[in-house]
Unconditional design. Sequence first.
Length: 126
Amino acid sequence: MKFVCLVYIDPAKIAAATPEELRQLTDDTIEEDWQMHRSGKLILSQPLDEPFRARTLRHDGSVTDGPFSEAKEHLGGFFIVDAKDMDEAIELSKGAIVKYGSIEVRPTMEQTHSQTGQPRPELKRP
């Protein structure tokens, strides 16, 4: 079963971190990604750029600057894991980044085309 783990960042906590703490955070999260990769659990992990660089496509076809959010935290990255259940996905998500915000763990939906039975494409790996 696949789970998307959405990493929400508290900008105030990031702003309060020293450059050394931020370097350590990057190092720790890269090491955690490699541990999950070696265990066969990590499908993909990727930090996201700052929210001001985002654009939001609206249902009416318009595109607006930034995300549409009133939240204190912003989406800072994500990773996708292959876990047997929600409990294992939560355990895999416990890492260094949590002290800078929160992680939402959400199951993915397995869908197939109603006529062909074809599933969505898998991640293209290099």
